[in-house]
Design a protein around this ligand. Sequence first.
Ligand code: BTN
Length: 270
Amino acid sequence: MTGPQEILAPLREAEIRSGLIIRRIGTTIHLFQEVESTNDEAAALASRGEAEGTIVIAERQRRGRGRLGRRWESPTGLGLYLSVILRPAIPPQSAPILTLMGAVAGAEAIERTTGLTTTLKWPNDLILHGRKVGGILGEMAAEGARLLHVIIGIGINVNQTETDFAGELRQIATSLRVEAGQPIDRTAMARSLCESLDGWYERFLSHGPQPILEQVRRRCLTVGRMVTARSGDEEVSGFAVEMDDLGRLVIRDATGALHHLVAGDVTLTG
Ligand code: BTN
């Protein structure tokens, strides 16, 4: 039986790897005590030719990055900070579907590990009981029309307590431990995430984006709500009608005009 001490113990590569049921994601795992950002580490490995499916995990990130230039708080041993290298044969403009894939895999892995039902706030927030428990940062390298690699970085707040969240984060963030009412085994979470990513990536390679889009639609909190979306200097308010087949959020404003958003920051207003 696993006691609280083991549950809060540092990650070990051999324990994450042992008995993993995967085809390509997690065949190589690099586990670091501390990095600037696992996305940067994975991108550096990818540009030196590292194989598709390689995972980078860190116990702490000095400069964990979120979307839109934000910081991702990455305290030692509390969260899961994981990035995966992908090299699909798709054009660069199709790569954002893989960020949605990361969100679907993250939600599934949380459910399998904790039993907690996880929803998504478009485009890539993992939500438990109305608060953010994780997020996905997709980044790519391309040469003209050729996609070189995609890095999908996933951050999940696992064993933080309420007091570990400082300032405004305390109102909007949560962790698996807070929501489950008990510490959660990060090794189990990391293993489950590798297996879910692997399953969804295989489905993507065999069947294209539709299975991922279906899952996002099933879990998405954003569609069917009144929202305000900010993207750069632009702000759009209105009704979120749907997520289209390109993964864009479609918003109908007060004049009836439709706006198709590729990225942005969405606030649910009603
Ligand atoms: C967001 O919600 O804004 C995205 C957060 C993504 C955080 C993860 S943690 C692992 C990977 N490394 C990073 O620097 N960022 C991503």
